[in-house]
Each structure stands twice: as structure tokens, then as C-alpha cells.
Design a protein around this ligand. Structure first.
Ligand code: ADP
Length: 598
């Protein structure tokens, strides 16, 4: 297990090296020289003392020897402090570069991963772990690795000096630390396991903290008097985690202490031996000084090695998690040979077809969609209705390949969507989900990102905003389109749910997509506003294929055809009138809502 600690070294080294080769080489050179300096210094001290003894009567050797040696000692000290300064500079620069690199690697990887990845708790935990630690772990990795190398050099060179004194002294100095070393690396491993085990608890704790300190939660927390409830839950978790840590922590340090005492005793014994040898005239006074310095250095560098190795061990595990994460491959990717999304029929819209599509979410038993088949012509406007959980959103997710169906095929423009380049497909299918994102950016950017290439195009952004009704909202803001939205950043302005929805809708209008999907993004608007938005949406998307999901029949009626989805199946389809005449599920739902208004 001890040697497993070092399996991360090649990876860490490679990571650091590829981040900045020049800094890495500089650090390596500095580290190696610094590793030898304590031994050099101890050796020169021995020479100084021996030369002082020699200068005393009766030998009366020249005093200049003492002067030169002290000057040499000074040179070594200055070199040592200069190198440590250089090492600080280079190391901190390198640390920042490595930390940024790792954070970028994680973000870039996350960018390629399937939605399924994020919705799987096990994968998600890995991502969180890699990401939470990426802020500080690389720093420790870099400094830890170099410290370890430096300490190892110091340790070995000191041992080498001890061999000059008596070979068995060196052997004892080498053997004594080993048990402590093993005990410590075991605790390093346990520490990691504990961290992993406690990870769900830690996440829960962080969640309660968020609930208690975030503006959007505060209202409900106050109204339902939930404050003490959440604080209490946090306290219970924190106490449990603390208790568990306490035991391990105390055991770890007491064990360390016990082993250290053993090595201290061994050192004292050797010291006594060397002192007696000096009295007997076998070892010089300089030799005794050398020994006492070396013994101290061996024990302190040994402790450095210990913490260095268990640190390296933990880094190894982090690097393991990181690389595990980086090795996940997305399943939903563009094919090698892609076809352009050309479509058929009119040029503004695209036809769309589901052929016997079935889909079950990973880890679920019940299928979200069962053998669904339908055809939508280019330019048609379709409404999906059905109760919550019926499978409407799933249809939308499959349509732009956030998930791939287990069975059946989905065709856009007459071709299986798996034949298209993913980016192009998604550019052609504009979707605004119910849980659309409120970006904490300027109003201009919030809308502009609907089509990145046009993000600076004020005219286009304004026109999209006008279509969705967001323009009226934005014109009232302090800095209009330059107003920062959301409360996170300085001078941010918070919007109401309905206002945010208009912004999100404008984003969809920015897009030059040929299939537009609105998945209940208007639920926060009042019925009249929703009707207006959809009516305008219909008018503006004339010729495009449009799908919308709504629970309001006033809106649903605007569709050319209506699909009734129930329990993952397409139960009825037809125009509003046809479905009413059918007197089935649709008529039932419609009458239910209409009754409420009678
Ligand atoms: P609708 O949009 O009609 O309200 P959905 O398509 O969102 O319904 O959901 C259909 C079914 O799939 C529901 O039973 C829901 O619980 C399940 N489901 C939706 N999203 C996920 C997911 N990410 N993981 C597992 N099950 C899901």
C-alpha cells in the first residue's frame, strides 16, 4: 500500500510537466540542490569545529582556516535562502497554473458528457469530488511532490554522513522510522476512505447551508418556520461526522507519537554511544557535532517524509478520482460520417418523426416512453398535453439527443438524428425548458447567448426581446440591456419568475432553429400573457416546426394538431375540434378545466 502512494508521481509529474516545462525543470533543479544543502552545511560545521580545535594550543593551526570555513558556511546559508525564495516564486506560479489547468480539464470534460452522466448520483459524486478538491489539491500535489523529493535527498545524504561515523548507526537510523511510516500511510488511506464515505453527508450539509443562506429559499424557510429544522439537521450531521473523525484523528496522532518516542529513544542511545566515542578520542569534536546535527536532520526529514508520503498518498487518490472522471466517455456523440441537416418540404421548418420509440431512464424500472410513433410535417405546430410525468419532456429530451432511445428511431428532416452532427442538430432544434436557466449576466448576454455568434448584435437581441415581451421588462431596468441580472454579482437586478421567462423565451427567438420547442416555459405567465406569447410565437414561427407543451387549453387550441400523452404512450391525436368530438381523454381534461371557469 505504501508504494501505491507513488503511483501518482508519474501522473502528477506529467501533469505538472505538460503544464509548464520550464517551471518544472527549474523547480526540479532547485529542489535537488536544496536537498543537499543541509548535509553540506552539517559537514562544514564539523570542519569549522575541528579547525577551531586544531587552532587551539598545543596544535596552534592557522586561524585563517577557521575564517575561510565560516565564510563557506555563510555562502551555503545565503545560497539556501536564495534557493528557497526562488522555489517559493516558481512553485506558486506553477501551482496556480496546474490548479487552473485541472479546473479547465474538469470543465471541458463536463462539457462533453451526456446529461445522463449528471443525473446519475454515482458519476455526479465523482465529478463533485474532483471539482471540490481541484481548488486546493493540485497546490498540495505540486508542493508536496517537490518537498518529498527534497526531503528524501536530505534524508539520504544525512544517512550517508552517518555511515562515515559508523555503518550500524546509519542502519539503525534507517530502520527505526519504518513502523511509524507504515502506521501513518495506513491512516492516510483511512482518511481518504472516510472522506469518501462521508461525502454524501458533506453534500447534504452543504445543501442545508445553501437552503439557509440563499435568497430564493429564504421566503419559504421563513413562512414555514423551517429555519430551526434545517439548522438542526445540519447540526446532527455535523456532530456525527465530527464524532467519526475524532476517533480516527486521535488514534492517528497517538500512534504517530508512540512510534516517534521509539525513534527518539533509539537516537538518544546512538547519541550516547557517539559521545562516549568522542571522550575516548575515536571521534573528533567536529564528528560529535556532525552527528548531533545529522541525527536531528534525519528525524525531522523523516517526519517530513512521513507527512509527504501520506500526503502523496491522498494526492494519488485524488488524481485517481480525477483521471477516472476524465476517462468517462460520452455515449452520445456525433457519428464519423455526418450528414448536413437539409430537411425536406419547406426550407423554414423540418419534419419530425418518432418510429416505435421506447425509452427508460437509467436506473428506472418503468419506461418513460413506450412504443411512441408519430409524424410531424415541416411547418406544423403541435401541442403536447398530458398530466405531469406522462413523458412529454422526455420526448423533447430525446429529440435533441440529450438521451438516445432504447428502441426505435427518431427522424428529423427524413433522416435518423444519429446521422447528424450533434452541434448542428441542436442548433436546429431550439428548446426552452420549464426549468430554463437564469444566467447571472447582462440582459443583453442573457438573450444573446441564444445564438452565440450574434451575442453582440443589439438589433437582433432587441428584436428577439420584443417578440417575447422581454423588451418592455428590460426598458424599465436601470441600465436597460446592460443591466446585470440576478443577485449574485454587483449591481445585479433580480427579476420575477414571469420576467425571467420572457428573457428565456427571447433566447429561443434569437435562435435560427427550424424546430422550436417550448416546454412549459410560460407557466409563470398569466393566462392572457401566455396566450399572447404563443399567438405571437405561432405568427413568428410561421413555416417553422413548433412543438409546445402547456397545461392551458386556451394555448393548446392554437396548435394545428394536439398529441395526448399518457403513461409514456401517445393516446390521442388530432385538432382541438376532432379531439373534442372524439370525446376521449382530451375532452375529459378540457371539460375539467372549462368547468372551473363556468
Ligand atoms: P412530463 O414532461 O410529461 O411531466 P417527463 O417526461 O418529465 O414527464 O417524465 C416522464 C417519466 O420519467 C416520469 O415518471 C419521471 O419521473 C421520469 N423521469 C423524468 N426525468 C427523469 C430522470 N432524469 N431520471 C429518471 N427518471 C426521470
Amino acid at each position: 500500500m505504501v508504494f501505491q502512494a507513488f503511483t501518482s508521481l508519474p501522473r502528477v509529474t506529467k501533469l505538472v510537466w505538460t503544464t509548464n516545462a520550464f517551471y518544472t525543470i527549474s523547480m526540479a533543479v532547485i529542489t535537488i540542490i536544496r536537498g543537499f544543502l543541509p548535509a553540506a552545511s552539517a559537514w562544514v560545521t564539523k570542519l569549522v569545529i575541528d579547525s577551531v580545535v586544531a587552532a587551539l594550543p598545543p596544535r596552534n593551526a592557522p586561524v585563517m582556516d577557521v575564517v575561510w570555513l565560516v565564510l563557506l558556511q555563510l555562502a551555503i546559508s545565503v545560497a539556501s535562502s536564495l534557493l528557497s525564495t526562488l522555489s517559493n516564486i516558481v512553485q506558486q506560479l506553477l501551482q496556480e497554473l496546474v490548479a487552473n489547468r485541472i479546473r479547465l480539464m474538469i470543465m471541458e470534460k463536463a462539457n462533453t458528457l451526456d446529461l445522463a452522466f449528471f443525473e446519475n448520483p454515482e458519476f455526479y459524486d465523482k465529478l463533485r469530488q474532483a471539482q471540490e478538491q481541484s481548488a486546493f489539491r493540485p497546490v498540495q500535489m505540486v508542493s508536496g511532490t517537490f518537498d518529498l523529493i527534497r526531503t528524501a535527498i536530505t534524508f539520504l545524504s544525512m544517512i550517508f554522513l552517518l555511515i562515515g561515523l559508523a555503518w550500524w548507526v546509519a542502519v539503525v537510523a534507517l530502520i527505526v522510522p519504518i513502523p511509524a511510516f507504515i502506521a501513518d500511510s495506513r491512516y492516510g488511506w483511512m482518511g481518504y476512505l472516510r472522506m469518501r464515505r462521508q461525502s454524501p453527508e458533506r453534500r447534504q450539509m452543504a445543501y442545508y447551508e445553501t437552503v439557509m443562506t440563499t435568497d430564493t429559499y429564504n421566503k419559504e424557510v421563513k413562512l414555514y418556520n423551517l429555519g430551526n429544522f434545517f439548522v438542526d439537521r445540519f447540526r446532527k450531521l455535523a456532530t456525527a461526522v465530527y464524532e467519526e473523525n475524532k476517533g480516527i484523528l486521535i488514534k492517528r496522532y497517538l500512534t504517530s507519537f508512540a512510534w516517534l518516542t521509539v525513534s527518539l529513544a533509539a537516537n538518544a542511545a546512538i547519541y550516547l554511544y557517539v559521545a562516549l566515542q568522542t571522550v575516548a578520542g575515536v571521534v573528533t569534536l567536529g564528528g560529535l557535532t556532525l552527528y548531533s546535527q545529522a541525527a536531528q536532520q534525519v528525524s525531522s526529514s523523516f517526519q517530513g517524509l512521513l507527512s509527504g508520503i501520506s500526503g502523496t498518498y491522498e494526492n494519488n487518490l485524488f488524481v485517481g478520482t480525477l483521471f477516472d472522471f476524465l476517462e468517462y466517455e460520452p455515449k452520445i456523440i456525433s457519428p464519423e460520417k455526418t450528414f448536413p441537416v437539409v430537411g425536406n418540404g419547406n426550407s423554414r421548418g423540418l419534419s419530425l418523426e418518432f418510429r416505435n420509440v421506447s425509452f427508460t431512464y437509467p436506473g428506472k424500472k418503468v419506461a418513460a416512453l413506450k412504443n411512441v410513433s408519430f409524424k410531424i410535417e415541416a411547418g406544423e405546430a403541435i401541442a403536447l398535453v398530458g398530466r405531469n410525468g406522462a413523458g412529454k419532456t422526455t420526448i423533447v429530451k430525446l429529440l435533441n439527443r440529450l438521451y438516445d432511445p432504447d428502441d426505435g428511431e427518431i427522424l428529423v428532416g427524413g433522416r435518423n438524428i444519429k446521422d447528424y452532427d450533434l452541434t448542428e442538430l441542436r442548433a436546429q432544434v431550439g428548446v426552452i425548458f420549464q426549468d430554463y436557466v437564469t444566467y447571472f449576466m447582462s440582459a443583453q448576454s442573457n438573450i444573446g447567448i441564444g445564438q452565440l455568434s450574434q451575442i453582440e448584435n443589439e438589433e437582433l437581441v432587441r428584436s428577439a426581446a420584443t417578440k417575447s415581451g422581454a423588451n418592455e421588462v428590460i426598458e424599465k431596468l436601470p441600465k436597460k440591456y446592460d443591466t446585470m441580472l440576478g443577485r449574485w454579482f454587483n449591481e445585479g437586478t433580480q427579476l420575477s419568475g414571469g420576467e425571467w421567462q420572457k428573457i428565456a423565451l427571447a433566447r429561443a427567438f434569437m435562435r435560427d432553429a427550424r424546430i422550436l420547442v417550448l416546454d412549459e416555459p410560460t407557466s409563470s405567465l398569466d393566462a392572457q400573457a401566455e396566450y399572447d406569447v404563443f399567438a405571437k410565437f405561432r405568427e413568428l414561427t410561421e413555416g417553422k416546426t413548433a412543438i409546445f407543451i402547456s397545461h392551458r387549453f386556451s394555448t393548446v387550441r392554437l396548435a394545428d394538431r394536439i398529441f395526448v400523452i399518457e403513461d409514456g404512450e401517445l393516446k390521442e391525436e388530432g385538432s382541438h375540434q376532432e379531439l373534442l368530438a372524439l370525446d376521449g381523454r382530451y375532452a375529459q381534461l378540457f371539460n375539467l378545466q372549462a368547468d372551473a371557469y363556468r
